[in-house]
Ligand binder design. Structure first.
Ligand code: NAP
Length: 409
C-alpha cells in the first residue's frame, strides 16, 4: 500500500489500545532558544529514517503548535488553548525545550503540560553510546529506564510563603495535631496517592514485561517519610503481587522461598532507599534495569544517571499518560547558543526514537539508534562531545543530523 496521496489521520485509542494510521498527523513544539536548531535536525532524521524503513508506506505529517516565547510573542499567551486542544485531539506531540516565564503566570510550562494532560509517567532511558567520555569507569554497565511519577509529590505546587496567612493557618492546624513548626517557616505539601503510585508502578512493570527487562526497583525514602514515600513502596509491591504474579518474583520471596535463586524468566521486583540507590547505581549499576520512583527522587536520579553516560545533551525523555504522550528534549533552551547551529540535537532525536517506538514503528527507531551509535563511535560529534574526546571531528547541529542520515544508508 502507498500513502503518498492518502490523507493524514489522527492517532486513536480503543479499549486502551493505540491505533496509528500509516500517514499520521503529529504536532510539534519547536521550543525556545536552541529549540529550533535541534528541532530542524530532529525532523530531518526522523523523516529520513521513516522513508528508508518504509519507503512511502508510512509518513508523519508534522503540524506546528505554539508554546513558550514564540507563543507569547504572537498570542500573548505562553500556552495557548489552541495548543492544548490540538495535543488533546492528536494524542502525541514532540517538543523542544521551553523558556520558563519568570515573574508570575505559569510557573513552568513543562510542569503545566504534565498536569494539564495528566502525563503521569516521566520515562527516561539511560543508555551508553560507545566512545562518549564518562566520569565513571564502566559506563557501558548502565542500561536503565527510569519511570518517575510526574504529577504529584512536592511538584504538586502546593506551597505557602513564610508568614503568609495560609502558612500561618497550616502551622496553627499542625499545632492542633501536636506538631510544632517554627513560625516564619515556608510550607510545602507532599501528596503521594495510592492511585498515582499504583498506575506509575503498573506502567513500569508492563514496560519491563514487554521489553524483557529483568528487574524492577521501587526507589523511595520510606524510612523517613512513611506515609508518602513508604506508602509508595507498599502500593508498588501490592500492584506487583496482585496484578503481575505470573510474571514477577519479589527479592524477599527469592531469599525465603527459592534459596536465593530467582526462578528463570521471572522479573525481580525489589526496593531500595533513595540515598542508597545513588551509590548502588555507581558501584553496581548492571544490577538495575527499570526504576519506578516518586517525582523528586526521579528528578535527581535521572540527571545523575544521565551524567554517568555522558550528560544531558543526549538524554531523551517522554511524559506519558493513558492516551496522551509528549516526547521532549530533557535539557533547557541553552539560549546563549541559539541560532548558531551548534548544540547537540541528540536528546531530541533520541526522544523522537522513543516516539517511533511508541507508535510501533520499530524499524525506523532501530535505524536511528544504530546510526546514532555509529556516528558517535566515528567521533563525528557536536562541540559538547568533541571537547571531551580526543581526535574527534567537530560538527554543527545540522551536520550531525546529516551524518546520522548518512550512517543509516
Ligand atoms: P540549559 O538550557 O539546559 O543549559 C545549560 C548548559 O547545558 C548549556 O550552557 C550547555 O553547557 C549545556 N547544554 C544544554 N543543552 C545542550 C545541548 N543541546 N547540547 C549541548 N550542550 C547543551 O539550562 P539553563 O541554562 O539552566 O536553562 C535555560 C532555560 O531553559 C531556562 O529558561 C529554563 O527554565 C529552561 N529549561 C527548560 C527545560 C525544558 O523545557 N524541558 C528544562 C530545563 C530548563 P555548556 O555551555 O557547558 O556547553
Amino acid at each position: 500500500m502507498t500513502t503518498t496521496n492518502t490523507k493524514a489521520e489522527k492517532i486513536s485509542f480503543k479499549d486502551g489500545k493505540i491505533f496509528v494510521p500509516s500517514k499520521v498527523i503529529i504536532p510539534f513544539i519547536e521550543g525556545d532558544g536552541t529549540g529550533p536548531d535541534i528541532w530542524r535536525a530532529t525532523k530531518k532524521v526522523l523523516d529520513a529514517a521513516i522513508k528508508i524503513a518504509y519507503k512511502d508506506e508510512k509518513e508523519i505529517e508534522w503540524v506546528e503548535v505554539l508554546a513558550g516565547q514564540k507563543a507569547f510573542d504572537s498570542t500573548k499567551d505562553w500556552l495557548p488553548q489552541d495548543t492544548i486542544n490540538k495535543v488533546k485531539d492528536l494524542k502525541i506531540a514532540i517538543k523542544g525545550p521551553l523558556t520558563t516565564p519568570t515573574g508570575g503566570g505559569i510557573r513552568s510550562l513543562n510542569v503545566a503540560l504534565r498536569q494539564i494532560f495528566d502525563l503521569y509517567a516521566c520515562v527516561r532511558p539511560i543508555t551508553y553510546f560507545e566512545g562518549i567520555s564518562s566520569p565513571v569507569k564502566t559506563p557501558e554497565k548502565v542500561n536503565l529506564v527510569i519511570f518517575r511519577e510526574n504529577v504529584e509529590d512536592v511538584y504538586s505546587g502546593i506551597e505557602f510563603k513564610k508568614d503568609s496567612k495560609e502558612a500561618t493557618k497550616v502551622i496553627d492546624l499542625l499545632k492542633t495535631f501536636g506538631h510544632e513548626v517554627r513560625n516564619g517557616s515556608g510550607i510545602g505539601i507532599k501528596p503521594i496517592s495510592e492511585f498515582c503510585s499504583k498506575r506509575l508502578v503498573r506502567k513500569a512493570i508492563q514496560y519491563a514485561i514487554k521489553n524483557k527487562r529483568p528487574v524492577v526497583t521501587l526507589v523511595h525514602k520510606g524510612n523517613i517519610m512513611k506515609f508518602t514515600e513508604g506508602a509508595f513502596c507498599e502500593w508498588g509491591y501490592e500492584v506487583a503481587k496482585n496484578e503481575f504474579s505470573d510474571f514477577i518474583v519479589t527479592e524477599e520471596a527469592i531469599s525465603k522461598k527459592y534459596n536465593g535463586k530467582a526462578p528463570v524468566g521471572k522479573i525481580i521486583v525489589n526496593d531500595r532507599i533513595a540515598d542508597n540507590m545513588f551509590q548502588q547505581l555507581l558501584i553496581r549499576s548492571s544490577e538495575y534495569s527499570v526504576i519506578a520512583t516518586t517525582n523528586l527522587n526521579g528528578d535527581y536520579l535521572s540527571d545523575a544517571c544521565a551524567a554517568q553516560v555522558g550528560g544531558l545533551g543526549i538524554a531523551p525523555g517522554a511524559n506519558i499518560g493513558d492516551e496522551i504522550a509528549i516526547f521532549e528534549a530533557t535539557h533547557g533552551t541553552a539560549p546563549k547558543y541559539a541560532n548558531q547551529d551548534k548544540v547537540n540535537p541528540g536528546s531530541m532525536i533520541l526522544s523522537g526514537v522513543m516516539m517511533l517506538d511508541y507508535l510501533g514503528w520499530d524499524e525506523a527507531s532501530k535505524l536511528i539508534t544504530k546510526a546514532f551509535a555509529k556516528t558517535v563511535k566515528q567521533k563525528r560529534v557536536t562541540y559538547d562531545l568533541e571537547r571531551q574526546m580526543t581526535g574527534a571531528t567537530l560538527l554543527k547541529t545540522s551536520q550531525f543530523a546529516d551524518t546520522i542520515i548518512e550512517n543509516m544508508n
